[in-house]
Design a protein around this ligand. Structure first.
Ligand SMILES: O=c1ccn([C@@H]2O[C@H](COP(=O)(O)OP(=O)(O)O[C@H]3O[C@H](CO)[C@@H](O)[C@H](O)[C@H]3O)[C@@H](O)[C@H]2O)c(=O)[nH]1
Ligand SMILES: O=C(O)[C@H](O)COP(=O)(O)O
Length: 310
């Protein structure tokens, strides 16, 4: 790691235990906090997550919003029953042509929430603890120079305490180290648990799909500088793992996200246009089936540009 990045890592990394609830309540003052859970087919976990946040972060969290991201199951009903405000992704800003995926859900959440600080968490987390959200609020509620706090944690996989984060380790981390070494100190750059000041989140574009996390890190670095970014060790976090085949699609979107930012930063010529089709193969009787997956990502402009005439 670059020497300055190592210094940042020491200075700006805290852990959830550093931010007890009493300190958060004392520091909160007039600052309002929204928690957003993007959810596609998460009926098994979303209800418990909403309940834990409501029960244990009362007084710190002002609203809990679930963005139902085109679920085919009854995620929306379960979340509402648990006490969240639920919005269908496609009902938000209906005048805009819809885009797909998680990044779209997060971007649109800015239009239906009001917190000065917005905390995001995945809705597929198992054994959810309130500290997964509370920890993220510590740096933001106590230090006005911090605009964004990113979670990091151990990643269990298939019963082992570590080994998860396959796309992180094989794709995101190498890309970040190669092209944005200033961001190399983020231990879980793809973590879905992070919080930011609305004033910063509304000033950056959001990539759609699974490109959103990498795009936010790069764009917030450009907007605010490394010292305005923090990370918080949240312990361990277990989610519903996807198949390696499905993660191939995610990995492709992360690469496209990196590509878009390399182009924007003039490091790749704009005339090079990557393909957005991923061919994968499944053995079948007599050979292989070809599976073609569309992995293209899109981009939403800074939310502020929708509400403020330029
Ligand atoms: O179209 C979608 C797809 C997913 N989700 C939700 O987004 C969250 C994370 O999605 P998931 O498929 O579980 O992603 P992971 O395999 O956990 O991927 C990791 O890496 C991704 C890429 O950076 C991040 O977006 C994730 O937050 C992070 O946990 C979950 O609540 C999903 O229900 C949506 O809202 N809409
Ligand atoms: O962050 C990642 O790399 C993806 O979420 C995959 O994680 P997993 O390997 O723990 O399923």
């Amino acid at each position: 790691m670059l020497p300055d990045v190592r210094k940042w890592w020491h200075r700006r990394t805290s852990c959830a235990a550093d931010w007890p609830l009493s300190d958060l309540l004392a520091a909160k003052g007039d600052t309002t906090v929204s928690v957003v859970l993007p959810a596609r087919d998460e009926r098994e976990t979303v209800g418990e997550i909403v309940q834990v946040i409501r029960r244990e972060l009362d007084g710190v969290v002002d609203e809990i919003v679930v963005i139902d991201s085109c679920s085919e199951d009854d995620t929306a009903r379960v979340a509402a029953q648990a006490g969240a405000a639920v919005h269908a992704q496609t009902d938000i800003l209906p005048e805009l042509a819809p885009m797909e995926g998680k990044g779209e859900a997060l971007w649109k959440s800015l239009a239906v929430t009001s917190g000065d600080v917005v905390a995001f968490a995945d809705a597929d987390i198992r054994h959810f603890r309130a500290s997964l959200v509370a920890g993220l609020l510590g740096p933001l509620l106590t230090d006005p120079t911090v605009v964004y706090a990113k979670g990091c944690y151990d990643r269990p996989l298939n019963g082992a305490p570590t080994g998860g984060g396959r796309v992180t380790e094989l794709v995101a981390r190498p890309l970040i180290n190669l092209h944005w070494p200033e961001l190399a100190g983020f231990m879980q750059p793809l973590a879905g648990e992070y919080a930011g000041r609305r004033s910063a989140l509304e000033r950056v574009p959001f990539l759609t799909g699974y490109g959103v996390e990498l795009g936010l890190l790069i764009d917030l670095l450009d907007l605010a500088g490394l010292d305005a970014l923090a990370q918080v060790d949240l312990g361990s976090r277990e989610h519903a793992p996807q198949s390696t085949e499905a993660l191939g699609g995610m990995a492709a979107q992360i690469m496209l996200a990196a590509w878009s930012r390399l182009q924007r930063q003039g490091k790749i010529e704009a005339r090079h246009v990557p393909s957005v089709e991923l061919a994968q193969f499944r053995r079948c009787e007599g050979g292989h089936d070809v599976l073609t997956r569309q992995v293209g990502i899109d981009e939403r402009p800074p939310m502020l540009t929708l509400t403020t005439p330029t």
